[in-house]
Design a protein around this ligand. Structure first.
Ligand SMILES: Cc1cc2nc3c(=O)[nH]c(=O)nc-3n(C[C@H](O)[C@H](O)[C@H](O)COP(=O)(O)OP(=O)(O)OC[C@H]3O[C@@H](n4cnc5c(N)ncnc54)[C@H](O)[C@@H]3O)c2cc1C
Length: 399
């Protein structure tokens, strides 16, 4: 394992940092999740600036607006951008998951039409996989696509679709055949989110935000040319999206052990034995995670592809975030009840992240699903029981 930048990596880091300094403010104090029209406009402007500077999607080819750089440069850019107040969240799903799927399975026309516009922040994408009865078991989804001439007619419902309310396009996983086992009857499409048959209903969250939505499809017609991959091959296409998701979701956008230590110092709690024990646990977890990330970075730096062991990152960070926020709120005593940034200690960072942390433990694979992946694919333990694997979908009791 090599923790130091090579000469080239150090030069790139300095260049990235200088670019960021010239456009953004460095992060200070609380790190709250933002949303709303003003935030979206700021995010689009920043995405454009980044693309013009050659820092948007570092590994993508120059022809589509990328930099043609290395995965390690992308890691360095993410680390440096993370130090600044950069509004990136509206693009994470589109650029991190949807467009890589379009590039892998779309036609040349698709790539010409969609990739650049997404990269420069003009168009936003969402991922339409989960349904009320199909989350962890996404292959059990029911949204139907029925062929009618050169078009497909879509009817059904998705849920938890992040960013659907401001998305222009989405990648949509549908069922096209019920007579075969669940994984074999799926097909993926590009869907225009502005189609009149697409209805987006925001879900109000406990945090006050509205980041995800229910999405209803009523007789939406999609041309066959907007199919991604072969009919019945949707699972294979979706796996490419999910593989990218596991790499994209992971960091914890909230307070860590250094911030709760700051609070404890302010409250004179640093001599409290019970608190010190917790602090030591968080520190050990954070260091372990940091070293695991170094291992991933070393693999990238050597041109290797990180494997399923990456699933450990989200299990550690999401659980730690929830635990730290819980403790932070307890330490603040009755001030812990106040969400208002101007009235609560430390700009209410523990309160806002406390409401978000459970979502992070679910999004992109729940704790249990990620533990299954680690058990089966990293440790080589026996597979989870899958009784419905070879049964035609129409014979399953679903929902
Ligand atoms: C913040 C957030 C953003 C999201 N964004 C999107 C998005 O943009 N697009 C999209 O399509 N979806 C999105 N999702 C949905 C997400 O993918 C699902 O919520 C997730 O896959 C879990 O599915 P579920 O909610 O149906 O829970 P379920 O799958 O019903 O799980 C319920 C419980 O059962 C456990 N469980 C399930 N199967 C097993 C098993 N085999 N072994 C052990 N335990 C098991 C789970 O761990 C969980 O505790 C988002 C979710 C969140 C929280």
């Amino acid at each position: 394992m090599d923790f130091n930048d090579t000469k080239e990596e150090a030069e790139f880091r300095a260049e990235a940092n200088a670019f960021l300094k010239s456009h953004l403010k460095e992060k200070t104090g609380g790190r709250r999740r933002e949303s709303g029209a003003e935030f979206l406009a700021r995010a689009k402007a920043w995405q454009k600036t980044k693309a013009e500077g050659g820092f948007a999607q570092i590994t993508w080819p120059k022809e589509v607006g990328g930099r043609g750089g290395t995965p390690m440069q992308q890691v360095i850019w993410n680390q440096e951008e993370g130090k600044f107040d950069a509004p990136t969240s509206p693009f994470q799903i589109g650029l991190g998951m949807c467009i890589p799927t379009v590039v892998a399975f779309g036609s040349d026309e698709h790539k010409k039409r969609y990739v650049r516009k997404a990269l420069i922040g003009e168009e936003i994408w969402c991922q339409l996989f989960s349904e009320p009865v199909a989350g962890s078991d996404v292959a059990g989804l029911k949204t139907r696509a029925v062929k009618d001439g050169d078009e497909w007619v879509i009817n059904g419902q998705k849920v938890w679709t992040t960013g659907a309310q401001f998305s222009d396009y989405g990648i949509l996983l549908t069922r096209t055949d019920t007579s075969v086992p669940k994984h074999k009857g799926l097909t993926m499409f590009i869907v225009n989110m502005k189609d009149p048959g697409v209805e987006v209903r925001p879900i109000h969250q406990a945090s006050g935000g509205r980041e995800f939505n229910e999405v209803y499809f009523t007789d939406v017609r999609i041309p066959d040319s907007d199919r991604l991959g072969d009919v019945g091959q949707g699972w294979k296409v979706g796996l490419v999206t999910l593989m990218n998701e596991r790499l994209a979701v992971g960091g914890s956008p909230g307070p860590d052990y250094s911030e709760i230590m700051e609070l404890a110092k302010e409250l004179g709690l640093m001599d409290d034995a019970a608190f010190r024990e917790k602090l030591a646990d968080w520190y050990v977890q954070a260091q372990g995670y940091k070293l695991t990330k170094f291992r991933t970075q070393t693999a990238l730096s050597r041109g290797e592809t990180p494997g399923p062991e990456n699933s450990i990152g989200k299990i550690i960070t999401a659980n730690q975030l929830q635990d730290i926020c819980n403790s932070g709120i307890e330490l603040e005593d009755h001030f812990g009840l106040i969400m208002d940034e101007d009235l609560s200690p430390m700009k209410a960072i523990f309160q806002s992240s406390f409401l978000w942390a459970p979502g992070l433990r679910i999004a992109g694979g729940t704790d249990e699903i990620l533990k299954n992946i680690i058990a089966e694919r990293v440790l080589g333990l026996p597979q989870d029981v899958r009784v419905d694997k070879d049964v035609p979908f129409e014979q399953l009791r679903v929902g």
